[in-house]
Design a protein around this ligand. Sequence first.
Ligand SMILES: Nc1ncnc2c1ncn2[C@@H]1O[C@H](COP(=O)(O)OP(=O)(O)OP(=O)(O)O)[C@@H](O)[C@H]1O
Ligand SMILES: [Mg+2]
Length: 314
Amino acid sequence: MTAETTAIRTTNLSKSFWGGLRGQEVKALCDVSLEVATGDIFGLLGPNGAGKTTMIKILLGSLRPSSGSASISGLDSTRWRARQRVGFLPENHRFPLYQTGMQMMYHFGGLAGMSRSDIKTRATELLELVDMSRWHKTKIKKYSKGMMQRLGLAQAMLSDPDIIFLDEPTDGVDPIGRREIRDILLNIKKQGKTVFLNSHLLAEVEAVCDHVAILDKGKMIKTGPVSGLIGGKPSYKIETKHLSPEVADRVSHLYPDSKIVGHLISMTFDDALQVNALIDLLRQNGVELISVSPRKISLEDSFMQLIKGEAAGE
Ligand SMILES: Nc1ncnc2c1ncn2[C@@H]1O[C@H](COP(=O)(O)OP(=O)(O)OP(=O)(O)O)[C@@H](O)[C@H]1O
Ligand SMILES: [Mg+2]
């Protein structure tokens, strides 16, 4: 990636805190190198305490790395200029509850140095984008969590940034609200913006991100396109009309990894030829098939395998 096509880069980034029990070192990030292409939605995925918020804080210049470096649009993250074209929705934010949605936009736009007329034009557009126009005169204390997060997305976009950092944007939001947020993110991407999204919700990352990095205990254990992480061997479910105990035994003997429950066989295959071989075997034994369905390996399966592998020292 060239400087123009790389929106965010970290090189051997490490961050330690001396705040753990008895003051010992907590390695929040260990030697993390990643690149985010301009125009991508990039997901930083990891369990609680993995180092995701620490990463965003370093990229936004509110924490300094212990070693290594981070840059935004080619500028070192410790320089204020790196933050000029950046929007941010923090984790667990608290917006002023006594303000209306529109008042809050004036408040944040003012802090970003925007004129009142610019704020008005831009906020009106953005509240429309996040489907909050109807509520702009309602006090924030009456908003649901989903509405609060949609307003937060509008706030993060207010100064028309090129790169938007979102720390757990759907935390505490119900499935309908999450879906709305997902659609807004895809809309933001269409405008050519780069989105850096922290999440521990795998389904969310899978549905919306182009690339992901998986962090665990400060270490990056995998990075790449979402499609590449949802790899693994294909898994199939074969539903039969009637499976006699003799045929079931034969299948179990030939395919020790298969799982047979009643008339249903679940099995992971090395390739499609193996599926056909099992189907042939069943039919030769007079077994009628009702369905053969592939089961997609989700990012969740892949994530669990990776985290378990890491714990086992693979
Ligand atoms: N200021 C600090 N002082 C001491 N330790 C800290 C500090 N900030 C973070 N940590 C520790 O660093 C590690 C990473 O924390 P971080 O908040 O980056 O994780 P996270 O992936 O964002 O977690 P979550 O999903 O819960 O938001 C944790 O062990 C945390 O306790
Ligand atoms: Mg966090």
